[in-house]
Design a protein around this ligand. Structure first.
Ligand SMILES: Cc1cc2nc3c(=O)[nH]c(=O)nc-3n(C[C@H](O)[C@H](O)[C@H](O)COP(=O)(O)OP(=O)(O)OC[C@H]3O[C@@H](n4cnc5c(N)ncnc54)[C@H](O)[C@@H]3O)c2cc1C
Length: 315
């Protein structure tokens, strides 16, 4: 029986009130704030989610280096004011090789190596990606370049539904294998909503000789219309059942949030039933949904002393 079939069968057998798993590890993604108000809500979100003791938290980097300073400032503040393990995202875009080398010691402020998903993105203002003339053309080159600098703990992006610019699904999987072979320790997936898509992808990856963890990236849906807009460019599909789930809720954010939480919980429990114990949440700098989903997965706030250490505040 394939892993995917097994997972779906296990999920069907899950009693509604089955005991909460206590083997789940989570990590959270944030984006750097643009305004003082956004900064406040980011830090409120970080403080709440820090209580769940994530394995690490990651901070995105705008395509074309647009958030360079803000990403760096957020990572530094996380390092200075919390006990969280911050992972700065690095992209291949808009930066030369020397720039990358110059950037590495700055990121190494906290003395321990950062985990950093490596990727490239289309150059801002143009449809097609053009590598920097003196830069890393693809994420595989960035991974190899970083490994030449130091033994960083590197994560890379994976695409269960294939990267939209890939020549083919096979070429994309081959690209993932090369990123791992270049020194990445794990892959974090683009978001997806159909769990069978993830399990099929993991099966294909295993057959291709990829043995590192492939951690599902979970996107709790706060705004369905917005998700529909950016799913295509991200290479993620919207399952046929999903529009109906959110139909009529455009002006009803409270119900939408409850529905979104229920949907993500179901998705995560199906993944867990299939053997997944690590989850990466795209928080969009909002704590409520992610916190609730983690709660159902058995991820609970740590003791007050550990909490003080995690948030940098007195116990
Ligand atoms: C977990 C995660 C975090 C992300 N964080 C950010 C972020 O912080 N900031 C941001 O801007 N974006 C982010 N993204 C989006 C990401 O930047 C884009 O999806 C990017 O276009 C691809 O990244 P990659 O690592 O797959 O790149 P690559 O591995 O470089 O691949 C990009 C495309 O090129 C193809 N390719 C690779 N090598 C070759 C070759 N030699 N010839 C032809 N084609 C080739 C691949 O198949 C793929 O289609 C994130 C995505 C994920 C999944």
């Amino acid at each position: 029986m394939s892993a995917h079939t097994h997972a779906l069968r296990s999920f069907r057998n899950l009693p509604v009130a089955s005991p909460l798993p206590r083997d789940v590890h989570v990590s959270f993604e944030f984006f750097p704030p643009r305004t003082p108000q956004m900064e406040q809500s980011l830090w409120a979100c970080i403080k709440r989610l820090a209580t769940l003791h994530p394995a690490y938290v990651s901070v995105t980097y705008g395509a074309g280096g647009t958030t360079r300073e803000r990403t760096h400032a957020t990572v530094v503040r996380l390092r200075q004011e919390t006990a969280l393990e911050p992972a700065a995202h690095l992209t291949c875009v808009g930066a030369s090789r020397p720039d990358r080398r110059g950037g590495a010691p700055l990121l190494a402020v906290g003395h321990s190596p950062y985990r950093r998903p490596a990727r490239r993105s289309p150059v801002e203002g143009s449809d097609r990606y053009t590598p920097h003339p003196d830069g890393y053309p693809y994420a595989v080159d960035l991974v190899a370049g970083l490994k030449r600098i130091a033994d960083f703990d590197i994560s890379v992006a994976a695409y269960p539904e294939t990267h939209p610019e890939a020549l083919s699904a096979a070429a994309d999987l081959d690209n993932l294998k090369r990123k791992i072979d270049a020194g990445a320790s794990r892959a974090i997936t683009q978001f997806f909503f159909d769990v069978s898509v993830y399990f099929r992808f993991v099966e294909r990856a295993e057959k291709a000789g990829i043995t590192v963890p492939i951690i599902p990236g979970v996107l709790p849906v706060t705004n369905f219309a917005q998700v529909v807009r950016f799913a295509g460019p991200c290479g993620a599909s919207i399952p046929a059942w999903m529009p109906d789930l959110f139909a009529g809720l455009d002006d009803d954010p409270d119900t939408r949030r409850l529905v979104a939480a229920a949907m993500a919980v179901e998705q995560c429990r199906a993944l867990h039933a299939g053997g997944v114990t690590r989850f990466h949440f795209y928080t969009l700098n909002r704590a409520d949904l992610t916190f609730a989903i983690c709660h159902v997965l058995g991820v609970r706030p740590c003791e007050p002393t550990a909490l003080a250490a995690a948030t940098g505040s007195p116990a």
